[in-house]
Ligand binder design. Sequence first.
Ligand code: FES
Length: 236
Amino acid sequence: MATLRSLSSLPATASRSLLRTPSATTPLARSAAAACLQVQQRRHDSAPAYGKPTTVIPSWGYYKSKKSGDSNKVFSYFMVGSMGVLSAAAAKATVQDFLVNMSASADVLAMAKVEVALGTIPEGKNVVIKWRGKPVFIRHRTSDEIDEANNINISSLRDPQADEDRVKKPEWLVMIGVCTHLGCVPIGEAGDYGGWFCPCHGSHYDISGRIRKGPAPLNLEIPEYDFPTDDTLVIG
Ligand code: FES
């Protein structure tokens, strides 16, 4: 057996030579040489021929879609659209959570209310209080001032607004004291219309806080407020 193994490792020409030699005429030697030739022939047959491709490319047909191209496109568009919607929803939720987290909590906002005793403000006088870092004008208007605020052609105003839409009680005018031009604090009981005057660039507001002259584009802003009792004003 060891002889057969050693013979099979010989080159083919050596095996044939061995068969032709007189010493190889014994049956055992001849059968060993023949077996050696068979082994070498099998090796030769299984070896790749020159120029024959040695790489076999597998078929991908199993993985290919059996549906039409249009159907595949519809599916692709659906998936892209769905992922876009989901991403937008996730981004919105993240931003919303962040903003809610950063905003003031309800207890902080509750503390931001300001209560004013109206009995301390005489008729025809202004009071300025600070609310959430801004000045707030409170004017106890006279009946003449109320009439003046109502006797006007609304359509002629730059920011048309009726006086009754700016007050909850005609005698109490409550406004944020920030000029709507560039944010200065107007002066009370001044200007061409007997209301407020902003000296920064010359905006005139009337006795209802509506812009009448100058560069400011809008009326003075009205904050949230309420009258829990006849004598109490709560801003915020
Ligand atoms: S800021 Fe008031 S007029 Fe400019």
